[in-house]
Ligand binder design. Sequence first.
Ligand code: AMP
Ligand code: GLY
Length: 421
Amino acid sequence: MLVVGSGGREHTLVRCLLASPARPRVLCAPGNAGIAQDATCVPVAVEDVAGLVALAQREQVEFVVVGPEVPLSLGLANQLLAAGLPVYGPTADGARLEASKTFTKQLLLKYRIPTAAAGFFSEVAPALAYLRARPVPIVIKADGLAAGKGVIVAQTAAEAEAAVRDMLDGGKFGSAGRLILIEDCLVGEETSLLVVVSGRDYVILPTAQDHKRVGDGDTGPNTGGMGTYSPAEVVTPALLARIDREIVAPSVAAIAAEGMAFCGTLFIGLMLTADGPRVIEYNTRFGDPETQVVLPRLETDLLALLWAAARGQLAGFPLAVRPEHSLCVVIAARGYPDAYPKGDVLTLPPALPPGVTIYHAGTARNAAGQLVTHGGRVLGVTALAPTLAQAAALAYAACDAVQCASKYFRRDIGARQLNRR
Ligand code: AMP
Ligand code: GLY
């Protein structure tokens, strides 16, 4: 097998695939220092579609699992399928559901899937006229991929106007921001739903909640995600049934009706508003760090699940989920999501208690062979335990035992659910 990517999500995928009774040989491109301890890493970049296809052919790979969105939107799955290689991850048309926010909004509106009202603009004057007619706060979104930074939740009209001008006139986010969405602000709790999709068939994975802001108490700038837990008990079984009926089933049906033969993860970002669940966005891949808490809760063989999706045999696939709670604390390099140091030596605890796993994200080896930081999000310290409080205690004890000069992490992952009890 070949796993494409280099983050905590991919380390989790590699670990869970290696745990399969099928005992696969696993390659990862490009991987990281932690993945290299479990699998063979090959230095091919995720943007190098031709290089990845050549690697898969050369190594006689039988199945490719793609982690990040960029190679999917570049058509990696198309190229692999054209070469006769089974792949988990959508072709470029499906990846557009993440790569273009206006494309997705049009699909949501066309199929009446609950989402925030929005207008589409490529010119400043009509955008400002639309803004004047809407209340604040209001959300301004660049159409294209902007590494999670192309969304401004404007609290004032002046902030909203500045965001519109920055994107449409100022070239902020480059071509990703030449087309924008102005969207009503949704109020409520956010939750992430990962759905394994194969055409018209789908399996909903265990619920999870992310913590997107960098600081405790949900303060500071948005990040890729600072920590997660699963299950998200705010999504009760009754609410999950409603989300399935009103959002998941219609989304999968709409994607199929539009002619996308979607095979991969549909990650539905949801806002649980007072009026019901609303779609914030789709992603077309596993979440990071949602994967780190969702996959360890699967009793089901992950390889069998993803293979069934890739072969069009997902209908009726039985999913078995462990009752334990899982929680992941992301250790980042201080300064992330802005500038941060690289190359700081990392010392991990020599032994971990049962239930604790440290997934690597931005890690590498220096010339002396030492483990060093190599990205903004460095590690995903994850624990699985009978209660969320126990999982949090185990994960935080392990975080405290990690040594690194630039170590930063949130202290309140899971607090919302723990305090609700
Ligand atoms: P996105 O890239 O679409 O996930 O947006 C990034 C973050 O912005 C989301 O995770 C939400 O926290 C926030 N956001 C996006 N759209 C809205 C909205 N319509 N109302 C409130 N918050 C939003
Ligand atoms: N954790 C949010 C994401 O993967 O986009």
